[in-house]
Design a protein around this ligand. Structure first.
Ligand code: DP6
Length: 384
């Protein structure tokens, strides 16, 4: 009987990717619904290396909405969580009223239990909020049976999360409407477009960023005239050039734009008052090393931004980076680097300069996990 069926929680598990911006989002024009002052563009990273997994359960027997993040119950009344829950339920109701038979009418009136884990350290400079909110919105949509455009809802959880709703190369178009209806993510190219591209995430320090993005960008919007100039006069042109570089798989153009945009982002941080410092000594060394490497070869083979590095699979730059910074107490095997290269670079290797390296590539967007043994919630709707 239908009544009995609703006693058993309806459980869905999904995964979503991290993304890394090559044209940075920094600054909001609306804090409540998260509207940016400029468009941005990112690469969605492969979920084989970095992902969030979220299980959502609905049941008539649940008393209230609840959430557990990385093993700990968190406050569900957080405004951004509330925005996502409210908007998904609103969308589901609208679809149902429009006659969409896919929407699960029964569960619409039920409370949800949410359980989410990352397979990487939170706040290590990786966009954990992006994967987290993308996964939350995608999972909620699945549990209620809603399909279609969801990036506008993920955006209200965390701006960068809207870009994690798609795989490959993704732009977040800033839009200009007051209600944000046109501030959405859109795939520029799928992950299959540029399979030679590799991304190394160099985790220089697994600690939290000194200033969080949300408050950092607030101060930047208030105090940095460089940020205003960037948003109005620099980013629009770069979005066009970046899209073109990706379309043509022009690594040199792609890498140069990425580095310049990252530098300008860090410059706006320094132009913020009081200033924000995100680059530490190790990230500066990485940036310098990449430039020396490219100079040595007379072409742009590698790009660096923050503590992440990108290049194409051809060439031995990954080995080079590993050799310079590796890690975990292993002795540096400089034998694999030619004398000529070492001379040309003129920088001493920095073993243990970074904690670890995650080597990855562009990957697909959020997915449903079909295997029920992967659920993070038990059949009673509580965490395992
Ligand atoms: C530097 O998306 O974390 O990673 O919208 O306040 O949640 P909120 O900020 P968030 O900011 C990300 C900033 C960035 C650049 C980017 O990802 O584009």
């Amino acid at each position: 009987m239908p009544e009995d069926r609703t006693e058993q929680p309806h459980i869905v598990t999904c995964t979503a990717p991290v993304n890394i911006a090559v044209i940075k989002y920094w600054g909001k024009r609306n804090e409540d619904i998260i509207l940016p002052i400029n468009s941005s563009l990112s690469v969605t990273l492969h979920q084989d290396q970095l992902k969030t997994t979220t299980t959502v359960a609905t049941s008539r027997s649940f008393q209230e909405d609840r959430i557990w993040l990385n093993g700990k119950e968190e406050d569900i009344t957080h405004p951004r969580l509330q925005s996502c829950l409210r908007e998904i339920r609103r969308l589901a109701r609208k679809r149902r009223n429009d006659g969409d038979s896919g929407v699960d009418s029964a569960s619409l009136s039920h409370k949800v239990h949410i359980c989410s884990v990352n397979n990487f350290p939170t706040a290590a400079g990786l966009a954990s909020s992006a994967a987290g909110f993308a996964c939350l919105v995608y999972s909620l949509a699945r549990v209620f049976g809603v399909e279609g455009e969801l990036s506008g809802i993920a955006r209200q959880g965390s701006g960068s999360a809207c870009r994690s709703m798609y795989g490959g190369f993704v732009q977040w178009i800033m839009g200009n409407k007051e209600d944000g209806k046109d501030s959405l993510a859109q795939q520029v190219e799928p992950e299959t477009h540029w399979p030679e591209l590799r991304i190394l995430v160099l985790v220089a320090s697994a600690e939290r960023k000194p200033v969080g993005s949300t408050s950092g960008m607030q101060t930047s919007v208030k105090t940095s005239c460089l940020l205003k100039h960037r948003a109005e006069s620099v980013v629009p042109g770069r979005m066009v050039e970046m899209t073109e570089a990706i379309r043509k798989k022009d690594f040199a153009a792609f890498a140069e734009l990425t580095m310049k945009d990252s530098n300008q982002f860090h410059a706006t941080c320094l132009d913020t008052y009081p200033p924000i410092f995100y680059l530490n000594h190790v990230s500066q060394q990485i940036i310098s090393l990449v430039h020396r490497y490219n100079k040595h070869y007379g072409e742009t083979r590698v790009s660096s931004f923050y503590s992440d590095i990108m290049g194409e699979i051809s060439g031995h730059w990954t080995l080079f980076i590993y050799t310079y910074f590796f890690i975990k107490g292993l002795p540096v095997n400089c034998a694999s680097l030619s004398e000529e290269l070492k001379q040309g670079i003129g920088l001493e290797p920095m073993p243990k300069g970074i904690n670890y390296i995650i080597s990855t590539k562009a990957g697909p967007g959020p997915r449903v996990v079909e295997d029920p043994t992967q659920h993070l919630l038990l059949s009673d709707g509580f965490p395992k």
